[in-house]
Design a protein. Structure first.
Length: 579
């Protein structure tokens, strides 16, 4: 039975004023599907036309209940109060009911006698009649207007309801195969994480607060790396996603970073003793992974679109754009552009899962051309010996194409081709004949530890770390050495422990981070400038329309607003100089 077709026929009967046939259609739909909100809505309209006020009210209440839409419910409540007020009622009044004028069309014949006898107390009947007719006409017009609006709300509510139903679909079989939690609604996700539904939606959707602490650390190769650490509640949600979902999905075998039982050492071992090593670096690795791709990862597990949207929003951060405004450095939040933040506990695992197709395709070309391939985070490594070396150009060409197709970009300045006659390194480990760390690096590290233990932390650094950060830096490098060469690493770790106990550097506050600025902040600044010019709202609209072709400041992007604000600043400065 095609209920939509029956509904369509019923609506046509309604517009043709064939109310009996329309009622039959809607009754047939409701008997087959008691939760069909549209059938109740249109049956209410038919019953109103048939003067079945009670039935019309009941159907309207039922439609609002099934839809669960606040706007539809609010509009239907207004309509409920007016149903029955657009016509004269024929049922006899009670004996004590003074409102007999609504029930008896000839009420005024007796009333006029009273009016003649007591003109001051009883105005002429025609005045009442005019008021009654005006009230009935108003109620009819208002009901027609509300019906039109209610129809629009109905269509919107049904569209949203249908979309939610589609978004709620999930692949239970796939989720169970991967032993993943069956959380496909806001309520289920919030309960699983252990936070309120309001808290979950605040983490995912709120644009009033930035949920990360943003700072920069120096890279060992120069430059700075952006780090975004989540607030405690967000970190709790991300850790739940990591421990209950992400770690249960295996990344590609070529991935060695952030994987259980794989490490920087296992990444290097596959390339040990090869004649040629090719190192390729992916530019801006984490920022290149967008919200859309993260959401797609969760959908690929079998989760509903509703759940994937929530997971994607929780695991990504809005992009920050640094701008200079009023001689101060600000960070502009772009809520529409979200990316995978470096510093989030869930980001490394997500990056590996996003790169599964990249790893698969690069492994295919590596096998095709006789090379080995591994990836450690953003470092791609190929290696080969013998006749396969003639395919180096093919490897480079195909890798560039595949990387571009997977929405990444190669940092060409860091691409290295290393032959066996020179020192070959894979993610900092020498792989010429055995896994090791370069002698020069170890020599410098020994000297650094000696000077630190003897003279203290002041004016000392290891790589790009200085001050209090040097402790974390030397500890990290000692652990790295221990992974490659446990015997050497153990000695370094003991020395680092002595330095930590001797100096115990106090935690210092980070320098003031740039201030966050939102789109509404820029609009407020522009409005302040406009007020200084004493422009009216009309003047502002004319200016925006003629100069920029827009009606309001809300239609501008953040970058466009900054240009407008700079223009007003320059204009006001020029005015002040003339004065």
């Amino acid at each position: 039975m095609d209920l939509d077709e029956i509904l369509k026929n019923g609506i046509e009967y309604y517009w043709e004023k064939s109310y009996e046939q329309a009622i039959e259609c809607f009754n047939q739909i409701i008997s087959f599907n008691p939760n069909y909100a549209k059938a109740y809505h249109y049956r209410a309209l038919v019953r109103r036309r048939q003067r079945d006020d009670k039935g019309a009210r009941e159907d309207l209440v039922q439609a609002a209940s099934l839809l669960g839409d606040r706007e539809y419910t609010a509009m239907s409540q207004k309509m409920l109060k007016l149903i029955g007020c657009d016509y004269r009622h024929k049922s006899p009044p009670r004996e004590d009911d003074f409102d007999f004028i609504f029930y008896d069309e000839n009420w005024y014949s007796d009333y006029d006698e009273l009016s003649e006898m007591f003109p001051e107390e009883f105005p002429p009947s025609w005045e009442y009649e005019v008021d009654i007719l005006d009230g009935i006409a108003y109620a009819g017009e208002e009901l027609d207007r509300l019906e039109t609006w209610l129809f629009k709300k109905l269509e919107r509510a049904c569209y949203i309801q249908k979309k939610r139903a589609i978004n709620a679909k999930f692949d239970e079989k796939r989720l169970r195969e991967n032993n993943l939690p069956l959380c496909n609604s806001h309520e289920e996700i919030a309960a699983a994480i252990g936070i309120s539904i309001a808290g979950l939606r605040w983490l995912a959707y709120s644009q009033k607060k930035y949920h990360y602490t943003h700072f920069k650390i120096p890279k060992k190769t120069g430059g700075e790396r952006n780090i975004s650490t989540p607030i405690p509640l967000l970190k709790k949600a991300q850790n739940w996603i990591l421990n209950n979902i992400l770690i249960k999905i295996q990344p590609h075998d070529a991935a060695h970073g952030f994987c259980t039982e794989r490490s920087i050492v296992t990444n290097a071992q596959l390339h040990l003793g090869k004649e040629v090593i090719i190192n390729i670096d992916l530019k801006d690795f984490f920022p290149s992974i967008s919200y859309k791709r993260v959401k797609g990862v969760f959908q690929s597990f079998g989760y509903s679109k509703t759940a994937s949207i929530i997971f994607g929003l929780i695991c990504t951060a809005p992009k920050l754009k640094e701008i200079k405004l009023d001689e101060k450095l600000h960070q502009l939040l772009s809520w529409k552009e979200r990316y995978l933040p470096q510093g989030s506990p869930s980001s490394p695992a997500i990056s590996n899962l996003v790169c599964r197709r990249l790893d698969s395709r690069l492994t295919e070309i590596a096998v095709k051309y006789g090379f080995n391939y591994t990836r450690y985070a953003d470092d791609l490594t190929f290696s080969a010996s013998g006749d396969s070396l003639r395919n180096i150009s093919h490897i480079l060409k195909d890798t560039r194409l595949i990387v571009r197709l997977q929405d990444f970009e190669i940092n060409e300045n860091k691409t290295r081709i290393m032959r066996k006659s020179r020192r070959q390194e894979v993610t900092g480990i020498v792989v010429n004949s055995e896994l090791n760390i370069s002698r020069e690096t170890l020599k410098r590290f020994r000297a650094t530890l000696y000077n630190l233990e003897k003279d203290g932390l002041e004016n000392r650094h290891w790589r790009n770390s200085q001050g209090g950060d040097i402790i974390a830096s030397i500890e990290g490098f000692a652990n790295f050495v221990s992974m490659v060469n446990p015997q050497k690493g153990a000695k370094f770790q003991q020395q680092v422990t002595r330095i930590k106990e001797k100096y115990k550097p106090k935690k210092t506050q980070n320098s003031l981070a740039p201030q966050l600025i939102t789109k509404s902040d820029i609009i407020a600044l522009i409005n302040d400038d406009i007020r200084k010019l004493h422009w009216s709202n009309r003047d502002r609209r004319i200016y925006l329309r003629q100069v920029y072709g827009k009606q309001s400041l809300q239609q501008f992007t953040e970058e466009e607003l900054l240009k407008v604000q700079n223009h007003f600043c320059s204009f006001l400065d020029a005015l002040s100089q003339k004065i």
